[in-house]
Design a protein around this ligand. Structure first.
Ligand code: ASP
Length: 347
């Protein structure tokens, strides 16, 4: 005979089990998840990358997209997946974000980042930070732990420190490659020449659809080589470099920030999805190819719609990019699609 208390516990356990079986679970496995990543757009020709460099970029893009997809499939919140994936890219010297960020005119690093939650339209961003090791983590902290959207400069560094985020010396971000880029930039500038046509941008960005059905977007960058006077690009500007709205789409941009700010690229793409009922591919193409290209605004975007369809559109020679859409289709690519098709087997 069961004691009354034991019988009560057994009954409650059975009831809980029935509830679990009856309520349709939003478990990771039966909800579509999707992710798209960029590592910057620009003049990226096959002839300019050695096979080793080509492989190194593809390896880390692969690693990043797989990591993000696994986390999403396990049900991790989209915002946390974005931070984790971008931190992997910020730590790589290959990209213009975190370690490996480009240099300002004075040989320093000033970093920008932003993040947006498509479910709540909450957003956070930092601009011109010099000491925060992970600008994307700082952007998330602004979103979650401050009443503001965008913090800049010394104040943003101070806020990050108060939040317990890791601080580094500014030269932690430096690499020899970026030092050489700055020297070339200055030499061309004093010769009255425009910046090198081969200049690559190299910002990183991630958009996700998580297992809870929410979109999110994030972007992190060192900005543009030789920038001066506290110049800030599109990456920390919500609506320009980053935007997410569950009802519309999620976008992260890379390219010549001055154009992306004035064309308000990320939110314009999502507005076209909402008001013109366009597919994400069409909306992104209309803005990047239809509007920016004739205006001379070089760059591209990665974007997702609420069903997990991916668009990766650019008007430059190439864009480091990777995606896994809601059906599980995976893409890792660098050059334009014609050039990707011509890749020798095993290259
Ligand atoms: N959009 C960035 C900026 O203008 C640069 C980039 O995408 O690499 O600061």
């Amino acid at each position: 005979m069961m004691a009354d208390g034991t019988r009560g516990i057994a009954f409650t356990g059975l009831f809980a089990l029935l509830v679990v079986l009856m309520v349709p679970s939003v478990s990771a496995s039966d909800s579509p998840v999707a992710i798209a990543i960029h590592g910057g757009a620009g003049t990226i020709k096959r002839s300019e990358l050695t096979p080793e460099q080509d492989r190194a970029y593809r390896n880390i893009l692969n690693q990043a997209v797989d990591l993000g997809h696994q986390r999403l499939a396990a049900g991790v919140d989209g915002i946390d997946v974005i931070v984790e994936v971008i931190q992997l890219l910020e730590a790589s010297p290959l990209f213009n974000a975190g370690h490996g960020a480009v240099m300002t005119w004075t040989g320093e690093h000033e970093l920008d980042a932003s993040i947006m939650n498509g479910a709540t339209l909450e957003a956070g961003a930092v601009a011109g930070v010099k000491r925060l090791k992970s600008p994307i983590a700082a952007a998330r902290a602004v979103m979650l732990a401050s009443p503001h959207v965008l913090l800049s400069g010394v104040g943003a560094d101070e806020f990050g420190a108060q939040q317990g985020l890791e601080q580094v010396d500014n030269d932690w971000f430096s690499t020899e490659r970026r030092q050489r880029d700055l020297e070339r930039y200055k030499a061309r500038h004093s010769a009255g020449l425009s910046p090198e046509p081969t200049a690559k941008f190299g910002t990183v960005g991630v958009v996700v659809l998580d297992a809870q059905g929410h979109l999110a977007a994030g972007t992190s960058t060192g900005g543009m080589t030789g920038k001066r006077w506290g110049r800030i690009g599109d990456s920390p500007i919500i609506g320009a470099g980053t935007y997410a709205n569950d009802k519309r789409c999620a976008v992260s941009a890379t390219g010549h920030g001055e154009f992306f700010i004035r064309w308000h690229v990320a939110s314009d793409i999502c507005a076209r999805v909402a008001y013109q009922n366009l597919t994400i591919e069409q909306a992104a193409t209309d803005v990047i190819i239809g509007e920016l290209l004739p205006a001379g605004g070089e760059g591209g975007v990665v974007a997702l719609d609420p069903r997990g369809n991916v668009a990766m559109v650019f008007n430059s020679e190439g864009m480091y990019r990777a995606s896994i859409d809601a059906s599980g289709h995976k893409v890792v690519a660098i050059y334009n699609s014609q050039s990707e098709r011509e890749r020798p087997e095993g290259d």
